[in-house]
Design a protein around this ligand. Structure first.
Ligand SMILES: Nc1nc2c(ncn2[C@@H]2O[C@H](COP(=O)(O)OP(=O)(O)O)[C@@H](O)[C@H]2O)c(=O)[nH]1
Ligand SMILES: [Mg+2]
Length: 166
C-alpha cells in the first residue's frame, strides 16, 4: 500500500508505539533509523523519551514537519498523564488520540479517553489493542483522511464504537 499521508507516533516509554507500528503494518517492513527515529513505510515511530522529557519537544516538532498526522498514544493501563494540556494544538497537523492496551485486565479505557481529551480538545480518539486488532483499521482509515472535516465525516459514518469524536 502506498500512501501520501504519514503518521508520527508519540507517547510514553512502553505505551505500545512499536507494537502498534508492527500491528498496523501487519508485515515485516524494513526500518530506516535516523538517530532515535524509526521510519517504517507510512509510520514514524519516536522514542518515548521524546514525549517524557520536554527537552526533546523540539525534536518532536521538527519531525512533525515530515508528517500529515500525529498520533497521541495513552496507555490504558497507566494512570500517568505525560502530555502537557493542549499538546496537540501546538502542531499544525491532524491529531488522532489513541488509547492502547484496551484488552488488558488493568485497562481503564474511560480514564485514558479523559486524559486524551485534555491533549486533543477537538479530534478523533480510537480505542485500540495491538493484540486483538481492535481499532487498527480505523487508524489506517483516519490517516487516509486529509482534513478534520473528512475525519469528522468518517467518524459519524461508521458504527464502530472504538472511535469517538470530541
Ligand atoms: N496487553 C497489551 N499489551 C501491549 C499492547 N501493545 C503493547 N503492549 C505491551 O507493552 C509493552 C511496551 O510495548 P512497546 O511497543 O515496546 O512500547 P513503546 O515503548 O511505546 O514502543 C510490551 O511489553 C508490549 O507487549 C496491547 O495492545 N495490549
Ligand atoms: Mg518503542
Amino acid at each position: 500500500m502506498s500512501r501520501k499521508n504519514r503518521a508520527m507516533l508519540v507517547g510514553s516509554i512502553g505505551a505500545g508505539k512499536s507494537t502498534l507500528t508492527n500491528a498496523l503494518l501487519g508485515r515485516k517492513v524494513d526500518a530506516v533509523k535516523t538517530q532515535a527515529l524509526v521510519y517504517r513505510d507510512w509510520i514514524v515511530d519516536t522514542p518515548g523519551e521524546y514525549t517524557e522529557n520536554p527537552f526533546f519537544y523540539k525534536n518532536i516538532m521538527a519531525t512533525a514537519l515530515e508528517v500529515t498526522h500525529v498520533l497521541f498514544m495513552q496507555d490504558a493501563t497507566k494512570r500517568k498523564m505525560i502530555f502537557p494540556p493542549g499538546f496537540s494544538t501546538g502542531f499544525n497537523k491532524l491529531p488522532i488520540g489513541v488509547v492502547t492496551k484496551s484488552d488488558s485486565e488493568k485497562a481503564d479505557v474511560e480514564a485514558a479517553i479523559a486524559q486524551l481529551r485534555k491533549v486533543i480538545p477537538n479530534g478523533p480518539i480510537v480505542v485500540t489493542s495491538s493484540f486483538t486488532g481492535k481499532g487498527l483499521q480505523e487508524i489506517r482509515d483516519l490517516v487516509n483522511c486529509n482534513s478534520m472535516e473528512e475525519i469528522e465525516e468518517y467518524v459519524s459514518a461508521i458504527t464502530e464504537e472504538s472511535v469517538i469524536f470530541i
